[in-house]
Design a binder for this molecule. Structure first.
Ligand SMILES: *Cc1c(COP(=O)(O)O)cnc(C)c1O
Length: 372
């Protein structure tokens, strides 16, 4: 038996995360000068100007030689105050994906049962599987809304973790407060509710979007709410996500699993400055809403019906092999995310980019689709 054969079976059978292509690779391979990078839900406006000004002070060699603050105290105090949480309830991750991994390693054991949805954010399945958990996936309804009844039917007192992204990535739809309450009232106190709000800032002002922190608090369940600086704050490259846990005790268990210096000092400072510049977030969110709905109208004019979206992307059925179509669109310098999960292979997700990049996407889509 080789060394590799001795590696845990759950690790050897894991799928690779589909992280999408980089702009540089597409530029080199296809010889296109401008890339419309609409596969990763990044903020086309980028980071706040205040963040860029702050980063300019990181110029001395000595400042990079020191370890970062292991507890992210400045950022922790700001977020705790805003959310009216105890600082000890907060957790920080090298992106919220880090917190998903930490939660899986802290709370799941081989054979444990996890319930989530499909189509899903890949890591909601991959990290639980990496520690040997069994993941049950509940499909969205045919109208691409959460199937709350099916989720309630899938959970049981044996469920160790329920993972939901609200708004959904990749679909964009969201549960409202009464749906969320109905779901949580069926959850056992033996289940951790992992509520991923990566797109919170985009959805917060939309009609019907729940105050999930309030709903989680009133549930009496163990829960972990995740948010990130990668999306509306435009800091995906710096890797900062945060979590709020129902109790300091729950957060403390995760603290033992995380690496001590998981948020670098530049990222901590940039996130703190970004958190204070809510006007940049608001401008990004408002611009995105306008551009997303323009893109929806352009797709509808082509006979396509994207799912409802409270986030910075649209998900739709293109009626053909989405991976093949997305591969043809690369030749135009357009990167989108074709869906790979069973039952959704004719669907793609396109991020809301700049108006120019969105127009490039529509032009490429028209030129490259099978019907054209
Ligand atoms: C983008 C995304 C994340 C990961 O964000 P990072 O903070 O960049 O790691 C987590 N969950 C969902 C649903 C996402 O879409």
């Amino acid at each position: 038996m080789s060394f590799i054969d001795g590696v845990r079976a759950e690790v050897r059978s894991l799928p690779a995360y589909n992280a999408g292509l980089s702009s540089d690779l597409v530029r080199t391979r296809y010889g296109v000068s401008h890339i419309a990078k609409l596969g990763s839900n990044e903020n086309p406006r980028g980071a706040s100007a205040l963040v860029l000004a702050h980063l300019a002070k990181w110029t001395s060699a000595a400042s990079l030689a020191l370890y970062p603050d292991p507890s992210c105290s400045v950022l922790r105090a700001k977020i705790a105050e805003k959310l009216d949480a105890a600082p000890e309830q907060l957790l920080f991750g090298n992106g919220s994906e880090d917190l998903l991994a930490i939660a899986a390693h802290t709370f799941l054991a081989p054979g444990d049962e996890v319930v989530t949805v499909v189509p899903s954010f890949g890591l909601h399945i991959i990290y639980p599987q990496s520690v040997g958990a069994k993941v049950i996936t509940v499909p969205m309804r045919a109208d691409l809304e959460f199937d709350v009844d099916a989720l309630i039917a899938a959970i049981s007192p044996n469920t160790r973790m329920l993972i939901v992204s609200n708004p959904s990535n990749p679909v964009g739809c969201a549960m409202n407060a009464s749906e969320m309450r109905r779901l949580l009232s069926a959850v056992s106190p033996n289940t951790l509710v992992l509520w991923d709000e990566a797109y919170f800032e985009y959805a917060a002002g939309e009609a019907g979007y729940p105050d999930s922190l309030a709903v989680l608090r009133e549930s009496g369940l163990p829960w972990l709410l995740l948010r990130t600086f990668s999306k509306a704050y435009g800091l995906a490259g710096l890797r900062v996500g945060y979590g709020v846990a129902s109790t300091p005790e729950l957060a403390g268990l995760m603290e033992r699993i995380r690496t001590p210096f998981n948020i670098n000092q530049i990222a901590q400072e940039a996130a703190a400055v970004a958190f204070d510049d809510q006007s940049h977030v608001m401008a990004s969110v408002e611009g995105t809403r306008v551009e997303r709905e323009q893109m929806r109208a352009a797709l509808e004019a082509l006979g396509i019906t994207p799912a409802r979206s409270l986030a910075n992307f649209l998900f739709f059925d293109c009626g053909e092999d989405a991976a093949a179509l997305a591969a043809r669109m690369l030749a135009d310098g357009v990167i989108v995310k074709p869906w790979r999960e069973a039952g959704y292979e004719t669907c793609m997700r396109v991020s809301t980019g700049s108006a120019a990049d969105n127009a490039m996407f529509i032009e490429s889509y028209k030129r490259r689709r099978a019907a054209a």
